[in-house]
Design a protein around this ligand. Structure first.
Ligand SMILES: [Zn+2]
Length: 396
């Protein structure tokens, strides 16, 4: 790596430190930022000026007195320049959101999925994105990135959907097709990212922890945010997204968290994947909608799955979302109670259990968070670098 590269990386890291501090604690002054970040005051001043000029930060109009009576100007994330777009391609629905850099939903739009063939899906998503983009232009906001999520295993090195059984997809090269479709409707050439729906939802809950402990803001015990965090998406399919050590854990091929196909009963009911007794066959949303479905029994099986996730990852938080939880609030509650009983049985405190902050929009909002998450972590290889490496391997 050249010297120039090193210096640029160092600068990006320092910039991201300031942005993450101000997301967690809006209103910090330059002096407080220097104390909290360990950077010198002159470095903070230089970077803050740059971030203000580029529209990432804004200053309050009036200075306030700091602890020693000296005037200081509070800084905050500027939500008036950039916006992020997120799209969830679900089995029956497409949901699109535009959110601010702080996770505020500025616009949302939901349509039935009209055609589940990949080309039809890309065209529908692009039409909805063009309408969302026009709305952002009316608000005077600039589109920064588009994140898209799907109900299946995604190889984020190549942008290929490996397997999405409920859409009938296998090895669909979706990301290049989406980029082409966005270009065809005249969207600006921004970063486009693809991820699994539960993974995206986990990231959204983690990145946009409004008013609560955020990533980068330690609690009284010095613990950093809700990490590990597990998002369980209980929809037609059942999947989990895992945030571990400040990043998504997706496994070697993007298959991590496919918990809908963990087997909860030998020789149980037949599942969409061909196996018997999978979690999805007990409490996928279509199973719960069947006449005479036993919600109590389904919730007990759901509780077993959550208990197993808890002892596998020891998360700080388990967040539930998806159609099954939204349509049957008693179902999620009964599953929570079941986890608490299992915890009591072992004399252990249960993990923090809650439902999705963004409700049905959780995967779409999380998809919007993908690019921001990457931008704020310059030391992690970004999606573009991972794709380039995968391509190099393929032609070598
Ligand atoms: Zn299965």
């Amino acid at each position: 790596m050249t010297t120039i590269g090193d210096q640029q990386l160092l600068k990006r890291m320092n910039r991201s430190v300031l942005l993450r501090l101000l997301r967690a604690q809006p209103g910090l002054s330059r002096a407080r930022l220097a104390t909290e970040s360990g950077l010198t005051k002159s470095t903070v001043s230089l970077l803050a000026r740059e971030l203000i000029d580029e529209g990432w930060l804004s200053e309050a109009d009036t200075a306030v007195a700091d602890g020693l009576g000296r005037p200081s100007t509070p800084l905050q994330i500027n939500v008036g320049v950039r916006a992020l777009m997120g799209v969830e391609i679900a089995v029956e629905t497409v949901r699109l959101v535009c959110v601010s850099l702080q996770g505020e939903v500025l616009y949302s739009n939901t349509h039935a999925l009209t055609d589940s063939a990949p080309a039809g899906v890309c065209a529908q998503v692009a039409r909805m994105a063009a309408i969302g983009h026009a709305m952002l232009q009316r608000l005077g906001l600039q589109l920064s990135s588009i994140g898209v999520c799907v109900p299946g295993a995604v190889d984020d090195c190549t942008g290929v959907v490996r397997f999405a059984p409920n859409l009938g997809w296998r090895n669909v090269s979706l990301l290049p097709a989406l980029e082409k479709a966005f270009g065809a409707v005249g969207l600006p050439g921004v970063t486009v990212q693809l991820q699994n729906d539960a993974d995206a939802a986990a990231l959204g809950e983690y990145e946009f922890a409004a008013g609560e402990r955020r990533a980068g803001q330690p609690d009284a015990q010095g613990q950093d945010g809700e990490d590990p965090l597990i998002f369980v998406n209980c929809d037609v399919g059942v999947g989990a997204g895992v945030v571990l050590n400040d990043r998504l854990f997706t496994g070697a091929q993007g298959m991590a968290g496919e918990i809908g196909h963990t087997i909860l009963e030998l020789d149980g009911p037949r599942c969409s994947c061909g196996r018997r007794g999978c979690a999805e066959a007990f409490f996928g949303s279509r199973v719960l909608e069947r006449q005479g479905a036993d919600l109590q029994r389904a919730a007990a099986f759901f509780g077993v799955l959550l208990q197993n996730l808890w002892v596998t990852f020891n998360p700080r938080a388990i967040v539930l979302g998806g159609k099954a939880c939204a349509d049957h609030p008693g179902f999620a509650q009964a599953a929570f109670e079941s986890v608490k009983r299992h915890a009591d049985g072992a004399g252990m405190p249960p993990p923090d259990l809650r439902t999705a902050r963004y409700g049905a929009l959780a995967p779409a909002v999380g998809a919007a968070a993908l690019a921001l998450h990457e931008y704020l972590r310059p030391l992690q290889p970004d999606a573009k670098a991972r794709r380039a490496r995968a391509l190099a391997r393929a032609v070598a």
